[in-house]
Unconditional design. Structure first.
Length: 322
């Protein structure tokens, strides 16, 4: 969705390097040049850091700007002066004890001090701090980030919206990740919403509800097919284009103005904006449906009575009478 063709790609919690590898695949699929991007990252787990460097090395990607320290990106930022063109990240959900007591006056908290027991808005503001003037970023967060008003999170979210940074919100389905079952969402933040090759889209946010997309690969894991990814990404790109063919689709997507977000108290849950899809008319009249339903209900009630009598009969045989 953010199309990292050329420039600096940053992930402050890069793990084994998955975001960088997918950026490489995206460039190759679109016939770009791998040398046109440079990757920057940080990881606090040394074993995972080494795995990341190995993953990049075997793919011919320069990993010299992937850094490790025990403290992590909050307490010891390894790239303090970096301004990235693209930021891709999947930070730990709802991380507690991230160091708020030490970092209360840190300049990264331009939109408010994140609560001590939840680093969601800390990660987001850390990334915004490192975003270039025309940069764009996408990150995965827990759904609570869209609606929480505890410990000042609602105020931070409101300031981000009023600063015209939030570009698009995508609601994801449950069971999409192997390590967590709860539903998550995608935030897209952009500093180039005034144009720069795209349509001017200040004062509006695109909401996409993809919670019903995908199919169950097994009993515990849902998978997005290529057509699902294309559907979501294509909707976003058409919305951004100057001559795009974007249209609101009830139950799936809505381009909402600032006034509508104010009406909803700056809560960004897509379901509030896209609405419920219209029911499809199957050609059967209401009267016919009710006749069929009431007939079925009558049969079930008769069957229930028969079963109740049989239960009484069997209980009486063993000395219990109702």
């Amino acid at each position: 969705m953010i199309e990292p063709y050329q420039g600096r790609v940053y992930d402050p919690c890069c793990g084994s390097g998955g975001m960088f590898i997918m950026s490489e695949k995206f460039i190759e699929e679109h016939r770009g040049k791998l040398d046109d991007i440079s990757v920057y990252g940080q990881e606090s787990n040394q074993t995972t850091y080494r795995l990341c460097r190995m993953n990049l090395a075997i793919r011919g990607i320069d990993g010299s700007q992937i850094k490790w320290n025990n403290e992590g990106s909050f307490l010891k930022d390894a790239h303090p002066d970096l301004k990235a063109d693209f930021i891709l990240a999947n930070p730990p959900f709802n991380q507690s004890d991230w160091g708020q007591d030490i970092l209360r006056t840190d300049p990264r908290w331009q939109y408010g001090l994140p609560p001590a027991n939840n680093a969601n808005y800390g990660w987001m503001q850390h990334m915004i701090y490192h975003l270039a003037p025309n940069g764009v970023m996408g990150l995965v967060l827990a759904n609570g980030s869209l609606s929480s008003n505890t410990s000042g999170e609602g105020d931070i979210r409101q300031r981000l919206i009023e600063a015209d940074l939030v570009d698009c919100i995508v609601a994801l389905p449950t069971q999409l990740f192997y390590n967590v079952q709860i539903p998550a969402c995608l935030w897209f933040i952009s500093r180039k919403r005034t144009g720069n090759g795209d349509r001017k889209r200040t004062g509006e946010i695109l909401f996409i509800d993809a919670s019903e997309l995908g199919c169950m690969e097994d009993r515990t894991h849902r998978m997005f097919g290529d057509e699902d990814v294309t559907h979501v990404a294509g909707t976003y790109h058409e919305w951004r284009k100057k001559d795009g063919k974007y249209q609101d689709v009830k139950g799936f997507c809505k381009s909402a103005p600032m006034e509508e977000m104010k009406k909803h108290g700056f809560v960004l849950t897509p379901g509030r904006y896209v609405g419920i899809p219209d029911a499809q008319d199957d050609g059967v009249s209401f009267e016919e449906k009710m006749m069929e339903l009431t007939s079925t209900l009558k049969e079930q009630m008769v069957k229930e009575q028969e079963l109740n009598e049989e239960i009484k009969k069997q209980l009486k045989k063993v000395g219990f009478e109702i």
